[in-house]
Design a protein around this ligand. Structure first.
Ligand code: ZN
Length: 184
């Protein structure tokens, strides 16, 4: 008696299973997610959008994006759309009045003209900090060390385009390489 084993069907269904699990790969730690997003303030003012730009790629679990958004995206798969409101604590922090300081104009020696809205990199006890000029009055400059989005609730509209496994190099670097990520 000759027994013929039919492997074709089995391997095909295995292939399909693999495709299926790839298609439904969830966003979780050490996965790369590529997303399109639009972010607005509670008042509806546009803050940022990937529209017309490269999509954003992030390595989940490595603080690549604000925690409130990352938490909302965990478990989602390609094709999912997510709308989420993120409180300041889970975005860029609360506004801290103590980070507003007055400094003498002479601290900006070498800068031709100090204007409201100008941003500078300053040294702080916690490392380099971005400061924004809030007011210029006679010989005194008021600088604000808060993140420009501190105290702002953010509304995200996200479409997940792709979820894939991260390479060991990406995990080592803690960020994504290629589309939407680092090019180096
Ligand atoms: Zn890298």
């Amino acid at each position: 008696m000759v027994v013929r084993l039919e492997f074709t069907d089995v391997s095909d269904s295995l292939k399909n299973q693999c495709k299926l699990s790839e298609k439904f790969m969830q966003i979780e730690k050490e996965k790369v997610a590529i997303i399109d997003y639009t972010v607005k303030t509670a008042e509806g003012q546009l803050v940022d959008s990937s529209e017309g730009n490269e999509p954003l790629a992030f390595l989940c679990g490595y603080h690549n994006i604000i925690p409130g958004l990352e938490t909302a995206l965990i478990g989602k798969v390609a094709g999912d759309q997510v709308e989420v409101s993120v409180t300041p604590e889970n975005a860029y922090g609360q506004y801290n009045q103590e980070m507003v300081k007055e400094v003498p104009l002479t601290a900006f020696e070498g800068v031709e003209k100090i204007e409201v809205g100008m941003q500078f990199q300053a040294e702080s006890p916690n490392g380099p900090q971005l400061i924004t000029v809030a007011k210029v009055e006679n010989e005194t400059v008021t600088v604000d060390g808060n993140h420009p989005l501190a105290g702002v609730e953010l509304h995200f509209d996200v479409t997940i385009k792709e979820v894939r496994a991260a390479s060991s190099e990406e995990i080592e670097h803690g960020h994504v390489h290629g589309v939407g990520g680092h090019h180096h």
